[in-house]
Each structure stands twice: as C-alpha cells, then as structure tokens.
Design a protein around this ligand. Sequence first.
Ligand code: NDP
Length: 296
Amino acid sequence: MTAKVIDGKAFAASVRALVGTHVAQLLAQNGIVPGLAVVLVGEDPASQVYVRNKHASTIEVGMNSYEHRLDAGTSEADLLALIGRLNKDPKVNGILVQLPLPGHLNSDLVINSIDPAKDVDGFHISNVGLLGTGQKSMVPCTPLGCLMMLRDHHGSLSGLNAVVVGRSNIVGKPMAQLLLGDSCTVTIAHSRTKDLAAVCRAADILVAAVGRPEMITGDYVKPGATVIDVGINRVERDGKVKLVGDVHYASAAAVAGAITPVPGGVGPMTIACLLANTLTATCRANGLQEPKGLTA
Ligand code: NDP
C-alpha cells in the first residue's frame, strides 16, 4: 500500500483563505479588525523565524499584528506588566508569548497571566481545564490543526482507535483530549510505554509527537492507518541540515493509508490555527457568532 499524502500546506492555505474571508466580513459588517500580539523575549533563532512567519501570516489575512520584542534579560515584572497592558487593550484580541522563555522567567506564571479569552495558544490553565471537561475553550494550535486534517480525511472519527505518542502539555495531552472529544478510543503512549510498536500497531490513527527523528517506522503502523507526524527535527544528512519528522516517512508510507509529510504537514496548520483562534477570540469578545469549521 502507498499512503495518500495529507497535504498540510494546501489545507493550511484553505484555512487561511477562510479566515481571511471572515476577517473581511468583520470589517465590512462590524468595523472590527482582529489584532494578534506576539511577545518574543530574547534572540532564540528558531523563535525569531516562528515570530516572523506569524507576523507575515497575520498581515496576509487582514488582521493587525503587534510585535513586542524584549531583550533576553527582561525581568518577570516587566513582562507581566506588558501582558497586563495587552490584556486591557481592546485592539488586541489574541496574545501569544513565544516559548521557550529564558530560564529566569517562570513560563507557567507568565502564560497564566494572559487573559484566558485572549489566550490563542490555549495554554492557560483555564483553557486546559475547559478542554479537559469538554467545554468551549481556546484550543492549542498544533493539535487543533491535526484534528482538522483528521476530520477532513475521515469525516467522523467516532469509534476509531487513536494512539498519541507523547504526553506534553502543548501537543500530546490536548491532542488526546480532542480525539476523545470526537469519540475516539484514545491511548497516550510515552517514554515508559511497554512494547510501543505493538501499542501503535493497534491504532487506526497514530499521532507522533515525540521529538525523536524518524523513530516511528513502518513496523509501528497498522496497514491502512492514518499517521500524523507532529515532529520537527533538524538533522544533518550528507553535510546538509534537513527537516525530518518523528516518523520514518518512507517505511511508514509503505504501510499507512494516509500520512502527513514533514515539512508540509502539521507545521503549516499550526500557524493557520493560530489565525483561526484569533478570529474565534475576536468573535467571542464581540458577542458575534463564531465561524464554523475553525475550532474544535
Ligand atoms: P516534548 O519533548 O515536550 O515531549 C515529548 C514526548 O515524547 C514526551 O511525552 C516523552 O515521554 C515522549 N517520548 C520521548 N521519547 C520517547 C520514546 N523513546 N518513546 C516514547 N515516547 C517518547 O515535545 P513536544 O510535545 O513539545 O514536541 C514533540 C515534537 O513535536 C517535537 O519534534 C517538536 O519539535 C514538534 N512540534 C511541532 C509543532 C508543529 O507546529 N508542527 C509544534 C510543537 C511541537 P515522557 O513524557 O515519558 O518523557
């Protein structure tokens, strides 16, 4: 079997186009322009690239983008004061603090100081609790993007066996919650899971969020399963830096029914979902109906 390639790049473009249409309508009908504030502390090169891409995508869909670049030595008090101002600013509908933060800053404290209604990353403890109890929340962007692709491919996910490899707060756990919300039978695997390959081979949907290059090979995949590769790993091959996922693409694609590539799979969906979340937050803040198909 050769897997169908789930084209995250094309899907993300369609999500961004849909967001753009709703943004234009908001302006025309309500005079509202959604605003996303991104806070970057320090000069981490990968974070700088992410923030640049987020800025460009925000502008592209017609939203306002507010960038706050702070130097690496910024105190916690100054960062919290900035977030306090953004919480109160009516032009700002979404706030994202780029992680990781420098070591002297308490990430949990900082994230939990964001107004939960503006927490477009969905990491605030209130949003985590709302998602866990099946209530309306802001949903973390990467798992939301995975869910959208899975719904698009399968239609209903009800009754499917899903295995999520990885239990981080930003990917693994919320992914599992979302799949449970769509009535999958969900297993969360991690570094202590016994016979991981056998656990994975029971999956109709296999989500890899491990952070280990190409660890999930074809031996972990049930024939015909859908494989979602969240991993982004930079590895050196033949003297060049290459981007690979947590899934060994060639061997997994030979067994799977459908698979996301890296690059061009989950990655582009993450930014598209950040824009979708900012639009959702704007609609909620203004008592307007939320666009369909852009949230869980
Ligand atoms: P974390 O390092 O926070 O979590 C990794 C998880 O994988 C942990 O739960 C860990 O288990 C588990 N794990 C590690 N080694 C093994 C193993 N040998 N067998 C089974 N499980 C294992 O990573 P993140 O969740 O933040 O990210 C996961 C991947 O997704 C990374 O490659 C990251 O770059 C990528 N990513 C991609 C995004 C995108 O936009 N596409 C966004 C965010 C992340 P334990 O808890 O037991 O240690």
